[in-house]
Ligand binder design. Structure first.
Ligand SMILES: NC(=O)c1ccc[n+]([C@@H]2O[C@H](COP(=O)([O-])OP(=O)(O)OC[C@H]3O[C@@H](n4cnc5c(N)ncnc54)[C@H](OP(=O)(O)O)[C@@H]3O)[C@@H](O)[C@H]2O)c1
Length: 214
């Protein structure tokens, strides 16, 4: 499958590496064809660079791996994404008086705002819940790390479930796009533990079942 990844930072590069390894064709959407971020992976097998609009046009699945603060300006420049599966990895993180919080939440979510910015696209919220290092390499865990997804289109979620499996995650459907209101603060659980509580970045969440129940 051809996958466009808009943004070639930590997340964009991690996903590009993982999906290229799984045999997908990756088009990185970067602002400058020789930008430092894009250049470090852009010549890997199965990965090429385009400007963000051409990258999005080239693929039926488009991944948003941009800083939240860039999204409102950047997304309209991608052109018409009607009918495409759009994976939203962005966490609407902002500084708050007590440290770090979400710019949107409770009654809406970043993903629902993305859906308003990209009318007609099938938005799936996922790949926002653990650090980029885990997205790049899910090996070495006793069981597959879990990755929740939320979206309104079942066909798009089926595509995304396959892509999550290709990265080594266990996909779990959290429900419609409003469930992104749960998945975005859930990312803060990982960030809090990894960074503020000093657990480091080499761990992930797993869904464990009691023996004999499945
Ligand atoms: N890092 C993580 O572990 C992690 C985990 C889960 C979710 N997330 C979320 O994923 C998103 C990306 O995080 P990140 O850590 O990968 O960020 P990052 O390393 O700062 O990379 C962001 C990338 O976006 C590009 N960019 C910025 N504005 C752009 C625009 N208008 N058009 C095209 N590209 C643009 C930047 O490219 P330039 O070189 O052009 O500036 C940069 O390569 C964030 O929303 C974050 O909350 C991050």
């Amino acid at each position: 499958m051809t996958i466009a990844i808009i943004g070639a930072g930590h997340v964009g590069r991690a996903l590009a590496a993982g999906w290229a390894r799984a045999g997908h064709d990756i088009v990185l959407g970067v602002r400058a064809r020789r930008s430092t971020d894009g250049a470090s992976i852009g010549d890997a097998p199965g990965v090429r660079r385009e400007n963000p609009r051409d990258a999005a046009r080239a693929a039926s699945t488009v991944v948003l791996a941009l800083p939240w603060a860039a999204a409102e300006t950047a997304l309209p420049t991608l052109g018409d994404l009607t009918g495409k599966t759009v994976i939203d990895c962005m966490n609407p993180i902002t500084r708050t008086p007590d440290g770090m919080g979400l710019a949107v939440g409770h009654t809406s979510s970043g993903a629902e705002q993305v859906a308003r910015w990209l009318p007609g696209a099938n938005i799936v919220k996922t790949l926002n819940q653990v650090g980029a290092e885990i997205m790049a390499d899910t090996s070495g865990f006793a069981m597959p790390p879990v990755m929740f997804m939320a979206g309104d289109d079942d066909g798009a979620k089926a595509v995304v479930a396959g892509l999550l499996t290709d990265l080594g995650f266990e996909p779990l459907d959290a429900g419609d796009l409003t469930r992104a209101r749960l998945l975005e603060p859930y990312a803060l659980v990982w960030i809090n533990q990894a960074i503020l509580r000093g657990k480091g970045r080499s761990w992930a969440f797993a869904a464990v079942e009691r023996a004999g129940t499945s």
